[in-house]
Design a protein around this ligand. Structure first.
Ligand code: FE
Length: 200
């Protein structure tokens, strides 16, 4: 319809990014096509569906799961999931007794090769602060109330190490194929702000 092709005015940050990008290209520091390819890759091709493939495989294949927990980067490389912002990956497993939550207290470090780009809330100051100060309270805001006896472990991602949560496989999914399992595995369950839910 009329007007639908119009874009919203650029925000301050967007303008700064544009300016920086132009400058880098002008100075020959980066190549426009290479930059576009990287942005397209992480915006459109990589996302939580990759992480879901990893988790589903770990649920279905105990040997792969063992390798994933021992050497996540190596196990992910077996599947071809490598790349910038994920050269040193660590996978932490949720169990009946332990719930893992991932944050980057300094900025927004996130496992790009398996989850794509981080959502805005992950980058927000309130999330980063509360994940450390009051993780249970934070999880409640995400609609997740854990049992008192469940231990919450908070993992602070940084430039070197990126964490991915291996969520618990829900009851009732024993007969599901890896492809079917992938459908129910959410981004939040792999950051630790959610659980994988399954209704029979
Ligand atoms: Fe960071």
């Amino acid at each position: 319809m009329a007007g639908s092709a119009h874009r919203a005015p650029l925000s301050d940050v967007q303008l700064r990014v544009r300016a920086l990008e132009s400058l880098l290209i002008e100075k020959g520091a980066v190549n426009r096509d290479a930059l576009d390819a990287i942005i397209d890759h992480y915006e459109n091709k990589v996302g939580p569906h990759i992480g879901a493939r990893v988790v589903a495989k770990a649920w279905a294949d105990p040997d792969f799961k063992a390798r994933l927990l021992q050497d996540a980067s190596g196990a992910l490389a077996e599947l071809g999931f490598t790349g910038i912002e994920g050269s040193h990956m660590v996978v932490v497993e949720n169990t009946d007794k332990i719930h893992n939550l991932v944050v980057c207290t300094l900025c927004s470090c996130y496992p790009w090769p398996v989850l794509g780009l981080p959502p805005n809330w992950y980058k927000s100051t309130p999330y980063r602060a509360k994940a450390v100060r009051d993780p249970r309270g934070l999880l409640k805001e995400f609609g997740l109330e854990l049992a008192e006896e469940t231990e919450v472990r908070v993992w602070d991602s940084n430039a070197e190490i990126r964490y991915l949560v291996l969520p618990k496989r829900p009851d009732g999914t024993e007969n599901m194929s890896e492809e079917e399992l992938q459908e129910i595995i959410t981004r939040d369950s792999m950051v630790g702000t959610g659980l994988v839910a399954f209704q029979q």
